[in-house]
Design a protein around this ligand. Structure first.
Ligand code: XLS
Ligand code: NI
Ligand code: NI
Length: 443
């Protein structure tokens, strides 16, 4: 194991650099499957996944919940001066990420430095901390996968941000997005995310939905136009979620969001950031949301986590279900990978996982689960009859009348004539269990 010391203070003193040791290793602080150099097609695993740490959960989340006080100590969060505190947090973040060997991170504006009483002061704080981040990125080689603005925590956003009925709040949100875009561009962020936690409603009785959606679209156009004018080449992602904190969120799920993007002419610049737990909250599988995005050519990025099948909220647990991740990786591989994005662990350790080491176990587990699933999915596509079996179900469309139908050369009268000349169609088994077994056979 190699030693790393980064920044001014070491926070994770009991952990050294995490290395790939292979599946026979019993070292809990080593990768068993994630080998950053291993090739997946032409790309290394490192470049294929583009794993990222979420600043908010790992370095800001203190374990408090609606029933209890913080449980995590966050030793980097002690200084009184907001700039010093932000720098300490960043030292901890880059030490953690370097030891983990994870190539990317993601943040909200208010994660990297506390919000200030005025926007003027907030802009100054962001200037200082992004200078510091620039230096840290250079030293470590760690890059920014995406930035975003937190438009949901501050009470001013209780009625929404871009969909707030009060223009003054919308303007404030616009200022915050401008600053967050400036920070993202300065740090060479590869993408920018919009997650609309409060863009929705609590009651339709007091809500003009059409007007709010028009405002949201105009706001997104303005953000995109500004970023492009500043030379930003990355992709904008919208992150669907059906509810929580709003009763109903406008970016409900992938299909709804794709409709919104196309309806308002945003399709050249916007793709989707699919989050596992948001998919399940919308009563979909993760695989379903990925497939929907991929079919619309909008599979941009992933927020990796998992929900709890007995709970109805966003528990943001680290992913560990390899079977379900294989289903997801089948979609990702067949789509030719993610468009611009990566895999951000929008996940938090449990409230009672209070040791700093737990953050390592959580990320190692998540990265290994994805790496293993990708290898299994690749083997299934390369070696198993899976692709043929699925294609064969549609073979009646490959020639004669089926082909003419797909080419748009038949009318409803044709269908009638064809059917009248044939016997009742035979039953063709869907073979679901056989398909399901293939995944277990390759695990
Ligand atoms: C919350 C969202 C949030 C976004 C970024 O449920 O997942 O963390 O990813 O604002
Ligand atoms: Ni998320
Ligand atoms: Ni979430």
């Amino acid at each position: 194991m190699s030693k790393v010391t980064i920044g001014n203070q070491a926070y994770f003193t009991s952990v050294n650099k995490i290395d790939y040791e292979g599946r026979e290793s019993d070292n809990p602080l080593a990768y068993k499957w994630y080998d950053e150099h291993r090739l997946i097609g032409d790309a290394s695993m490192k470049d294929y996944f583009k794993f990222a740490v979420a600043y908010w959960h790992s370095f800001c989340g203190n374990g408090s919940d609606p029933f209890g006080l913080p449980t995590r100590d966050l030793p980097w969060n002690q200084a009184n001066d907001p700039i010093q505190k932000a720098k300490d947090k960043m030292d901890a973040a880059f030490e953690f990420m370097s030891k983990l060997g994870i190539p990317y991170y993601c943040f909200h504006d208010v994660d990297i430095v506390d919000e200030a009483p005025t926007l003027v002061e907030f802009e100054q704080r962001l200037e200082v901390i992004t200078d510091y981040a620039q230096q840290k990125q250079e030293e470590s080689g760690i890059k920014l996968l995406w930035g975003t603005a937190n438009l949901f925590s501050n009470p001013r956003y209780m009625n929404g941000a871009a969909t707030n009925p009060d223009f003054n709040v919308l303007a404030y949100a616009g200022a915050q997005v401008k600053l967050a875009l400036d920070a993202t561009i300065k740090l060479k962020g590869e993408n920018y995310v919009f997650w609309g936690g409060r863009e929705g409603y609590l009651s339709l009785l007091n809500t003009d939905m059409k007007r709010e959606l028009d405002h949201l679209a105009r706001f997104l156009h303005m953000a995109k136009d500004y970023a492009r004018s500043q030379g930003f080449k990355g992709t904008f992602f919208i992150e669907p979620k059906p509810a929580e904190p709003s009763k109903h969120q406008y970016d409900y799920d992938a299909a709804t969001t794709i409709g919104f993007i196309r309806n308002y002419g945003l399709q050249d610049d916007f793709k989707l950031n699919i989050e596992v737990n948001h998919a399940t909250l919308a009563q979909h599988t993760f695989q379903h949301e990925l497939q929907t995005a991929a079919d619309a050519d909008m599979l941009g990025s992933i927020d990796a986590n998992r929900g709890d099948y007995q709970n109805g909220w966003d528990t943001d647990q680290f992913p560990n279900n390899v079977y379900e991740l294989v289903e997801a990786c089948l979609v990702i591989l067949q789509a030719g990978g993610l468009q611009g994005g990566g895999i951000n662990f929008d996940a938090k350790v449990r409230r009672n996982s209070t040791d700093l080491d737990d953050m390592f176990y959580a990320h190692i587990g998540g990265m290994d689960a994805f790496a293993r699933a990708l290898l299994v999915a690749k083997a299934i596509l390369d070696k198993s009859p899976f692709t043929h079996m699925r294609r064969d179900r549609y073979s009646s469309f490959d020639s004669s009348d089926g082909q003419l139908f797909e080419e748009g050369k038949l009318t409803l009268q044709h269908l009638k004539r064809i059917a009248f000349n044939k016997d009742n169609p035979k039953k063709l088994s869907g073979k679901q269990e056989l398909f399901e077994n293939i995944i277990n056979d390759y695990l």
